[in-house]
Design a protein around this ligand. Structure first.
Ligand SMILES: [Zn+2]
Length: 166
């Protein structure tokens, strides 16, 4: 009787853990630079979930950029495997004029004051951006290929806009 209960418990634990491992979507093993709550408010025509934080987002541009990135990287991107989060506290940097948002970069890693990120992947699979979306491809390369910052893939496949921060 006792053994049966133990076996049932083991089965339950295995099933629970299987559920854990089965988390859908991409998984970035990256530093957590932001800690936003994410609740998708809309979805692009191609099916990418977006939490717009109340700002206007160019959903068609997100779809176009995703297709361009797929072609450049020669791989297919699962539109349901990640979420876009528009940083609710984004601002325009007085020094660079670029849009960014506060993030937990170390001061030595940060070239702007106040320290800001143009984009970030919030683990496991949320791409955080200001409304300009300039860093979208860059962050997607991190998320989809697990490439390290500075990998030649970035030069090849991200857009040509200058980016600061991560
Ligand atoms: Zn990077």
């Amino acid at each position: 009787m006792t053994i049966r209960i133990i076996l049932q418990s083991v089965c339950a634990v295995i099933l629970l853990c299987f559920g854990c491992l089965n988390t859908p979507g991409y998984n970035c093993l990256c530093a957590s630079l932001t800690n936003y709550e994410v609740h998708p408010t809309t979805v692009t025509p191609d099916g990418i979930k977006v939490d717009d934080s109340g700002f206007v987002v160019n959903l068609d541009l997100l779809d176009q950029e995703t297709i361009s990135l797929e072609q450049c990287l020669s791989l297919s991107i699962d539109r349901t495997g990640f979420t876009i989060k528009i940083a609710p506290d984004w601002f325009t940097s007085p020094s660079s004029g670029n849009e960014g948002f506060p993030c937990n970069l170390r001061p030595s890693e940060c070239s702007t004051a106040p320290c800001a990120c143009a984009g970030a992947v919030q683990p496991p699979n949320t791409v955080v951006l200001p409304p300009s979306l300039l860093a979208y491809r860059h962050e997607m390369i991190h998320l989809v290929t697990h490439a390290n910052h500075g990998d030649p893939q970035f030069e090849l496949c991200e857009n040509t806009q200058p980016l600061t921060g991560n």
